[in-house]
Design a protein around this ligand. Sequence first.
Ligand code: FDA
Length: 276
Amino acid sequence: MKRFMPGDTFESALKAAIDFKAKGVGALFTLLGENITDLADANRVVEHYENVLAESAEVRAEVSVKPTQLGLDIDPEAAYENLRRLARAADNARSFLWVDMEGSAYTERTLDLYKALRSEHPHVGVALQAYLHRTVSDVATLLPLKPAIRLVKGAYAESPEIAFTSKREVDENYLALCASMLPEVRRHNMRLVLATHDTALIAKAWRFGQASSMDRSHFEVAMLYGIRTDEQVRLAREGFTVKDLIAYGDAWYAWYLRRLAERPANMWFVARQLLP
Ligand code: FDA
């Protein structure tokens, strides 16, 4: 697990964020966990993030949370109230709240939550997945709200009816979405974060940023802890805004499996750990 997490505790994540800050890379914290079945657990998650936001002023970190970790499977209204509490805490800490995007069963409901939240709070963003066919129209619906969008390729197993399945198609759609949104960043003062380790794709997207006379510091990139750290530091040195998403907590199993599935070589990494 050390490959993708500095440790189980928030303290280990904070320590990693302090180290990253010294290298010019910001932090995004996420407490692992999803599909909770008891609203009392969701309340504990909210309290945890309220403390995190209050305690991480030093590193000016942002937080990222899954709707099903806040009770979306049990009671959408309770999940919304939990998001509102977190958005208020993020405002008070002059931070930013990101809403993760989970599997396609949750896309519509997550976007509904986000639209309502964005109408009340300026400092909230949502992840969109380039592998979904619907994302292009979701972007069109969101743009008038001046959203903050974290564009990812997508980490869940989705059917070919609703998602691009080849890397080529996903990458093409990712770039097309960047091309449509990057000019809006400057024009409408919105945030777009390219959350990918695909540095070739980032370089191509930057050409669209340059074409719209974008300042490097407004071109935002985010990567996961433990993946392409050297590239994170390089991009930050070059003047781009870079954040490292630092996950922690003991509910790591589903998350870890998604990381392994993204890159077959990671399976060998795990196998090597198990060998004498
Ligand atoms: P791609 O898989 O094409 O990889 C490009 C290159 O990066 C690879 O060739 C390899 O070198 C390296 N790489 C990628 N993944 C690696 C890994 N696990 N281990 C080692 N090397 C790796 N998804 C989602 O559905 N909802 C969400 O809310 C989020 N949130 C999110 C936030 C942030 C900050 C990031 C970086 C990613 C997410 N994701 C996500 C995950 C995302 O959808 C996607 O699964 C991963 O980022 C892997 O895809 P890449 O974009 O890196 O491209």
